[in-house]
Design a protein around this ligand. Sequence first.
Ligand code: ZN
Length: 149
Amino acid sequence: MSEDLDELYQDVILDHFKHPRCHGELEEPDATQKLFNPLCGDQVCVAIKLEGTNVSDVKFVGKGCSISQASASMMADLCKGKSREEIEKIISSFRAMMRNEVEPEVIEDLIDDAISLKGVRKFTSRIKCAVLAWEAMEKCLASLNKPGN
Ligand code: ZN
């Protein structure tokens, strides 16, 4: 394996892929979003439950490459129990890292295990894999703001 690929498939990514956190179906979710990444064939469906302004539970199901599924596990684990405001900040920080707009070390406390995905930035075609679940969470929160919800 080349050094770059070693970085891409770090132990922490493989651990989340093999033992996904927050995996499964959520009963009576307040919002769900299913996204598909045609570039790689990844699927992620994120479901959340609200309690006041907090996202009290997050679960995901999906299939696809290890990057997409590990990233979903990290995102779900990270966002569970946090306020919507905190989650929006976490997601925008993660997206900024993937766009090379912020140094990963600066936001490490905020994104925790997801910092291991920084190696993916070097592989343009895989960035969508890493961002998919975060985008689904973002859409879940946005759907709650729509009239009728
Ligand atoms: Zn993928």
